[in-house]
Design a protein around this ligand. Sequence first.
Ligand SMILES: Cc1cc2nc3c(=O)[nH]c(=O)nc-3n(C[C@H](O)[C@H](O)[C@H](O)COP(=O)(O)OP(=O)(O)OC[C@H]3O[C@@H](n4cnc5c(N)ncnc54)[C@H](O)[C@@H]3O)c2cc1C
Length: 546
Amino acid sequence: MHRRAVTATVAKSTSRTTTTSRLVSLTSRRSFLLTKFSSIPSSRVSVAAYSTAKTVPLTAETYASKVQRDPRYKKLTASDLEFFKLVLPGNSIITDKDDLDFYNEDWMRKYKGQSQLVLKPKTVEQVSQIVKYCNQEKLAVVPQGGNTGLVGGSNPVFDEIILSLSSMNEIRSFDEASGILKVDAGVILETADQYLAERGFIFPLDLGAKGSCQIGGNVACNAGGLRLLKYGSLHGSVLGLEVVLPDGTIYDSMHSLRKDNTGYDLKQLFIGSEGTLGVITGVSILCPSRPQANNVAFLAVKDYETVTKVFNECKKELSEILSAFEFMDLNSQKLTQQHLGVEQHPIESGEYPFYILIETSGSNKEHDDEKLETFLGNAMENGLVEDGIIAQDESQIQSLWSWRESIPEASTMNGGVYKYDVSIPLKDLYNLVEACNVELDKAGIVDFEDASKPVVSAIGYGHIGDGNLHLNVCVRQYSKEIEKVLEPFVYEWISEKKGSISAEHGLGFQKKNYIGYSKNDQEISMIKSIKNHFDPEGIMNPYKYV
Ligand SMILES: Cc1cc2nc3c(=O)[nH]c(=O)nc-3n(C[C@H](O)[C@H](O)[C@H](O)COP(=O)(O)OP(=O)(O)OC[C@H]3O[C@@H](n4cnc5c(N)ncnc54)[C@H](O)[C@@H]3O)c2cc1C
């Protein structure tokens, strides 16, 4: 069964530079604790380990009132299968029902399609032949990477054919002089980062699912992740793409140029297109030198306003070495502690409403240590920080990161999670979590302890540095009743604050009908004409996006 082999990494790469052991001396009212660090499960957690217990309902049934199968798409026939057998070897064609489940179901176990066929091409020519045929025959196709997407975009809604990129997994080239990496779309993010680490470079994207997600998938949904604060978005670092268009044409722009002002920058259209314009088969990306010194500090603060104040101070004092600024609320940490199964939270002195993880990455250890320690000393002096710790070595860095990176898994541990990944102006960001809990409470359906209530809690965490909140409504079961309380409430709230209903996970199936909360009519109409231009038959990832 394929699912068993798929993992989501919950800790940072083992190739991070180790910090030397040191004490933090602070003259402030409370000194930073040096934790003993209880043993936390090592870097990989099986995606299925906590989620196979229940059956995933069919998307077509759960959302029957919202979506119907489009009759213009042909149903798969024996002669179609015969064609695919001419293009691919038998072991690259999956039709076994049990094996299909992994590809049909999403990571959250919320969406399930009914595809009867998964194709796993190894070359761009094979992708081209398959897509061209599907276009001619009007067979709908869902491109799939690591299947870690969080908006139901990577799974069929009905019987679409799944085109998995997992067998296209070669690193094509790496140029150490320029830092330009060229890869097949199916290379796992962690594999690429490890390859780069051995050569003194780093992949400019990092996220909790790095052990499973693929670079093509990352580009397709313009993933943001944990390093965006320092390295920017994929719209800046991707230099070129190879994409198979819906008519089978291979669009080859695997460039190695940082500057190229000749005509429209076409590759940008595919970054964030979520499989609706074509199949990404190759990626050329600029990778920076790997930082020589990393530090991680974990802090406790008294309220959300203080989180934003600490962030402002951080930007001023740590400036160029600040590589991540993540925040987490108390309930997210309580769930994570249960999920990790450890007795002690890194901050041992008590519970605090909010926690912050700060990472610095630079080139001079002494310089970075001094900067961080001065910053933390000042933050303590000024009463901004209630308590905190600094990791003393690589394993502590990983342990601290796991308290942030395990939250997505912890949020599903009671049964499921409704995920909202949103951008909101910083001052209003956490108010959304509070507003949600008020709504859930009004409906009488939320209680952290009481298992008879369907909702555990709405929790908030995320990339404060990017104005990106992950609002997770942790539930004991998925239900229409909960969804009605949350939607469109959440989207209306965000729209009122001039935020975006999707900061980094994309639209997929979940947010297709809500794009109007973030894009105006003119923008939506332009998006639709681009889609119609590239995919007039509408075969690429239908029922999603727009
Ligand atoms: C634990 C966890 C943590 C996460 N953290 C983050 C985070 O910090 N930031 C973030 O942005 N996301 C995060 N995600 C969401 C997800 O991992 C990312 O969006 C990731 O980039 C998806 O990659 P994938 O290969 O799994 O793509 P999939 O899930 O397989 O696909 C995602 C979308 O891209 C399309 N697609 C995939 N491959 C291709 C291709 N080759 N060509 C064309 N279209 C394609 C699919 O059709 C689908 O619409 C997280 C997910 C998990 C489970």
